[in-house]
Design a protein around this ligand. Structure first.
Ligand code: URA
Length: 231
């Protein structure tokens, strides 16, 4: 952990006393949280933003991972998906855009661009995500209607309407736009069903590149980056 004023000054964009003024004026954020105290200590590898732009000199990178099961979307864990990032793509401040559960597979975005990450994850953007699920029992017409009208759990959590489409046998495709914690699994539990396997296929207009083997990643093209916001 390092003082935020030191990190800012060491980045070479200002002196230590200028850094103090900049921080107090509320222009600096770390991991999406505004920092106004120059003495606050933050993780020295965390992305630091000044006026919404990264202050580290690392080039921005946008990666698509075909996440395998068994990896978590958290930093500093031995089973973190960030440990799958090959050397040539490694940058300071990489983070996952949103989260997939440890046992969920498929499309996961990794970047060091805080603005981009927060735009994709922002609930106000309503970016849709499409999942493939294998379930304990077949989907019924009543399930499809229930998902479409919006479900509420026993403890009162309500979910926005979701599109449920029947797949082969006990499988289904689900389109959601909220991004609530364990959203897909919880939706099925409300309808007395259970997710046995889950894979994210699409975020906005960007589909998982099925040529990527599990655990592999590649850079997004500019068109793919834009497509995320067009889905
Ligand atoms: N919904 C879930 O329940 N789990 C995921 O990993 C993603 C969406």
């Amino acid at each position: 952990m390092k003082r935020i004023d030191n990190i800012l000054a060491n980045s070479g964009i200002c002196t230590r006393s200028e850094a103090r003024k900049i921080i107090i004026s509320g222009r600096v954020s770390v991991n999406g949280k505004k920092i106004t105290s120059p003495s606050e200590k933050v993780d020295e590898n965390a992305p630091v933003f000044l006026d919404g732009k990264p202050v580290n000199s690392e080039p921005l990178i946008y990666l698509m991972l075909n996440k395998p099961e068994g990896y978590v979307c958290a930093n500093d864990e031995p089973d973190s998906v960030l440990n799958l990032v090959p050397k040539e793509y490694y940058r300071k401040g990489l983070f996952t855009v949103g989260r997939l559960d440890k046992d969920t597979e498929g499309l996961l975005l990794i970047t060091n661009d805080g603005d981009f990450g927060h735009s994709v994850a922002a609930p106000s953007r309503n970016i849709t995500k499409i999942y493939f699920a294998e379930l304990e029992r077949e989907v019924t017409d009543d399930d499809i209607k229930a998902f479409a009208s919006g479900l509420t759990s026993k403890n009162g959590d309500s979910f926005a309407p979701a599109l449920l489409e029947k797949g082969e046998g006990k499988s289904a495709y689900i389109t959601v736009s909220e991004g609530k914690f364990h959203e897909v699994k919880r939706l099925f539990l409300i309808t007395d069903n259970k997710v046995l396997y889950l894979k994210r296929l699409k975020t906005g207009g960007l589909s998982l590149d099925e040529k990527l083997k599990k655990g592999e990643m590649r850079m997004l093209t500019e068109e793919e980056k834009a497509a995320i916001f067009e889905g």
